[in-house]
Design a protein around this ligand. Structure first.
Ligand SMILES: Nc1ncnc2c1ncn2[C@@H]1O[C@H](COP(=O)(O)OP(=O)(O)OP(=O)(O)O)[C@@H](O)[C@H]1O
Length: 536
């Protein structure tokens, strides 16, 4: 067969190429070239033309294959160039991300249920990292960590998206925490004040009122220009539904975003939830707005991370948690801060919740979080059983930001309150074993019991600053001494109404952040005494 190649110069090779490459044979048939090299040049020229003509259609995609699937994770072979945290698309459009880059395979974390994913199915790289929607349209919505609506509302695919994992703001962009974040709870605002940009840990055994304090704080932000994000991690769906209903019932859902990684969701989604919620909050913070974020709770988050790490054979450490569990939480909570004006000027205040077991605050995860945060509010099951709600153990709670962020109006009562209350708790333990008490001890015990009663507060009823100050001045100035305990709620309401109506100017002064002087404190105490006298 004359094919234009001199005999002996590899015409068998040329015929072999033609038989293997229909494309080349087509070029040979159409061209007038007579030599092997001319034909190849023509084919290369045609290929270049094709690439230039349709550059968009030509792209190289790495395709991997699922080798093994377990609850929440998959092992994928192939994908030699995949990056850590890169999003991967599995068969059926299910999403996952690269978690372990082992030499032979990629350990992937699934963001959807693993039922529909089988061994042998294909996996393709998305060339993007995990991201989540941000913006005002999220307010009032209930979404999962990747921004899929869970409230049946409209899709959020048109919103801008930002990566879930981000570095914390550098130290030079951080401003001191000076603006108070009012929780509306007397015991918190007076004795364990929280500032905007602070990380305040809520810890306690299960069913001691941790979520209730967080929800009351969110409700109290209504009308205060604070955007709230309630991030539920590994909680029962019934509990989350109850929180959403309570927020809706108290008109607090309009300024709140609910991000849910429920207990029946894949562990990858639970692990991602706090990072995605923080990204949503950071977006507002960089716009100069104040944000409160509740992580309920990071104990479930740590367990989800342990589940993924053990399945992907990461070496277990203490309590079988992987060695970087501290970093998992520290890099999350470092993102909460108060920015300087040039960086946006907003703030992100974190209320992480941790569940302790049998009041053991020295366990692994609780001690990690205590060392990372700027203070903790400890809830005591003993106080809860006594009906002292919120069951906050003031002696074991602290706010490391403390007085710097507290409104000046509290300073006239906070000092006495904390001292009297701690003396009372000390004496109460001692008084159990002794019946012969002198007059002073008995007076301190009675005053302490009254303070504990006044610090009680019903759920969903946050108090304004003047109401709190009126109650606290009344109890620390002896206005309620000798009153029966069962009358206190009624007398407290009478005192609050009397002070807010008869001393409106003083109340405005307190709201404006001014300190009260001795005469003004006496004026409030006299109004309170008049109200008690009138209602006793
Ligand atoms: N101040 C309060 N006044 C009245 N009831 C309260 C108060 N605080 C909490 N409770 C009640 O105590 C129960 C437990 O509260 P909550 O769910 O907040 O506790 P928790 O520690 O978050 O529980 P879990 O550990 O299961 O999440 C709830 O029924 C709640 O209504």
């Amino acid at each position: 067969m004359s094919n234009g190649v001199e005999a002996g110069r590899g015409d068998w090779f040329f015929d072999r190429c033609l038989s293997l490459s229909p494309g080349l044979a087509a070029v040979k048939a159409r061209s007038t070239m007579t030599t092997y090299s001319e034909t190849l040049e023509a084919a290369a020229h045609q290929f270049d033309q094709a690439v230039k003509a349709q550059p968009a259609q030509l792209s190289v995609t790495e395709i991997g294959t699922v080798e093994e699937v377990q609850r929440g994770i998959a092992r994928v072979h192939g994908l030699p160039h995949v990056q850590v945290d890169e999003v991967l698309r599995f068969a059926g459009g299910h999403l996952g991300y690269a978690f372990n880059l082992d030499p032979e395979q990629v350990g992937c974390v699934l963001l959807d249920s693993s039922e529909q994913i089988t061994a042998g199915s294909r996996v393709e790289r998305m060339h993007t990292v995990l991201d989540t929607p941000v913006g005002d349209q999220l307010l009032g919505r209930v979404v999962d960590p990747v921004g899929r609506p869970l409230d049946g509302g409209r899709s959020l695919d048109d919103l801008p998206r930002e990566p879930c994992e981000r570095d914390a703001p550098p130290i030079m962009q951080r401003a001191p925490v000076t603006v108070p974040l009012q929780s509306g709870l007397k015991v918190v605002d007076a004795m364990i004040p929280i500032g905007r940009g602070q990380r305040q840990l809520l810890l306690g055994d299960r069913q001691t009122g941790k979520t209730a304090i967080a929800v009351d704080t969110i409700i109290n932000q209504r009308g205060r220009d604070v955007i709230c994000i309630y991030c539920s991690i590994g909680q029962r769906s019934t509990g989350v539904a109850r929180v959403i209903e309570n927020l809706r019932r108290h008109d607090a859902l309009d300024h709140t975003i609910v991000v849910i990684g429920a207990d029946d969701a894949p562990p990858g989604l639970q692990f991602l939830a706090p990072y995605a919620a923080t990204t949503m909050g950071e977006h507002f913070m960089r716009e100069g707005r104040d944000v409160l974020i509740v992580y309920d709770d990071l104990t479930s988050h740590a367990r989800a991370y342990r589940h993924l790490s053990l399945l992907l054979r990461r070496p277990p450490g203490r309590e079988a948690f992987p060695g970087d569990i501290f970093y998992v939480h520290s890099r999350l909570l470092e993102r909460s801060t108060h920015l300087i004006q040039s960086a946006g000027g907003g703030s992100l205040t974190a209320l992480p919740i941790i569940e302790t077991e049998a009041q053991n605050v020295s366990a692994y995860i609780p001690t990690n979080l205590i060392s990372i945060t700027d203070g903790q509010i400890y809830l005591s099951p003993t106080l809860f059983r006594k009906g002292v709600l919120p069951a906050i153990d003031v002696g074991r709670s602290v706010s490391r930001v403390g007085g710097k962020t507290q409104l000046p109006a509290y300073r006239v009562v906070a000092g006495d309150l904390r001292l009297t209350y701690s003396q009372f708790e000390e004496l109460e333990r001692f008084a159990r074993f002794s019946s012969q008490l002198d007059e002073d001890t008995r007076a301190t015990l009675n005053r302490g019991r009254l303070i504990r009663e006044i610090l009680k507060q019903t759920q969903f009823q946050p108090l304004t600053l003047p109401q709190q100050i009126a109650s606290l001045i009344a109890v620390t100035n002896g206005v309620l001494d000798g009153r029966p305990v069962e009358q206190l709620p009624k007398l407290e309401r009478a005192i609050q109404d009397a002070v807010t109506s008869q001393a409106a100017e003083l109340c405005a002064q307190m709201q404006a952040g001014e300190k009260l002087d001795k005469e003004q404190v006496e004026q409030i105490a006299n109004i309170a005494a008049g109200a008690v006298h009138a209602h006793a």
